[in-house]
Ligand binder design. Sequence first.
Ligand SMILES: [Zn+2]
Length: 234
Amino acid sequence: MSIFRRKLHNLTHPLLGRILMLHRVVEHRSEGENRELEITPEFLRRTIETYRQQGHRFVSIDEACDIISNGRTNHPFVCLTFDDGYQDNYDIAYPILKQMEVPFAIYVTTGFIDNRIPIRWYPNEKLGINTEYLKTMDADPLCTIGAHTVSHPKLDNLSPQEQQKEIEQSLQELESILGHPIHHFSYPHGAYNADTLKIVNDCHFISTLRAWGGSIRKGDATLLELPRIELKEP
Ligand SMILES: [Zn+2]
């Protein structure tokens, strides 16, 4: 798209907001490849303050979906989403989000709960969230829990039957732990195909999230392929 066409598009498709993708919040970031999955508490606070100073409003994933469906908002929204289900989301991020009154969503890979299966990219650490802490956050109106499969596969590498099992089982496990319906899902690695879309549609998710794609403008996004922006600390 040319710059002119992009400007025209932006005028006719005003900015609604952005969904930020986060993973871990840690006091000391790793040195290796996992570093970009990690932000510090200071960076989280600063990000929230900066968006607020710029007139953005932090909303839950449900409210973000309402705004996207209605196609209008007075202030661009920001929605914080944490993928995978790390214990540090409770230990470090949650106290900050509670203190600053910021809604957030956590997309949990159910195999990682209580470290029932290892997190492949952190082979020597037990970082999965404990069931009781997950329940504590779920009981807070600021928090929404979503599903993120059972074992964190690249769904587009799996048969439709295997995909269905990964998605439905994670949904059922979360619903049985938390005792209420789960309405949101994020694609591990941002990977999905036409079969995945059919399955998430049949599961009646309100929204499903990609791992890339930028901000959300009026008329640009469907709720089953919502774009996100990865929040990266320099
Ligand atoms: Zn993930």
